[in-house]
Design a protein around this ligand. Structure first.
Ligand code: SF4
Ligand code: SF4
Length: 153
């Protein structure tokens, strides 16, 4: 007897995602979990896990993923992008999944526009924080020197 979950799987889903701009490298993922460990959203939201989302796409869980609130939780911060050993670019995979979710009618374009505004706000906030942290050159240089000294010992 066919399992219920198998009826929901779409073997073409991963190919469609990898054909989208941003989704090209998804099949390179070898499930190491580095992205999940680096992700600031995963650190505070147990329902958000980049590694798990990729597995679900590769398994063909089209409806589960495209109807999921999780794909809208990503803050587009690049931590997964920078740390992935396979150059999967999960941040961009998320963008591809969001476009598909809109195209397939799971969410309205207006929601996607609102989320984009939030992403831009988060990016501006991160930039402002970096300017504050790095703005005081004296403190930053002193911290770097302390780190270098620690590494030598
Ligand atoms: S870090 Fe890269 S290879 Fe590892 S699970 Fe995440 S996307 Fe896959
Ligand atoms: S871009 Fe998204 S998934 Fe990647 S680390 Fe940042 S919040 Fe997490």
């Amino acid at each position: 007897m066919e399992k219920k979950n198998e009826e929901e799987l779409d073997p073409n889903f991963k190919f469609e995602v990898s054909a989208k701009a941003g989704g090209e490298n998804i099949k390179l993922c070898f499930a190491c979990g580095t992205c999940a460990a680096a992700c600031p959203v995963a650190a505070v939201d147990k329902d958000f896990n980049p590694r798990r989302i990729i597995r679900q796409v590769l398994f063909g869980q089209r409806k589960n993923i495209l109807s999921s609130a999780a794909i809208w939780s990503c803050q587009q911060c690049y931590a997964c992008y920078a740390t992935c050993p396979q150059n999967v670019k999960f941040r961009d995979v998320i963008r591809a999944l969001r476009i598909m979710a809109v195209e397939e009618g799971y969410v309205k374009q207006e929601l996607a526009d609102e989320v984009l505004k939030l992403d831009n706000f988060a990016a501006e906030t991160r930039n402002a924080l970096a300017k504050v942290l790095w703005g005081d050159k004296g403190k930053y240089e002193a911290a770097k020197e302390r780190i270098k000294a620690e590494l030598k010992t």
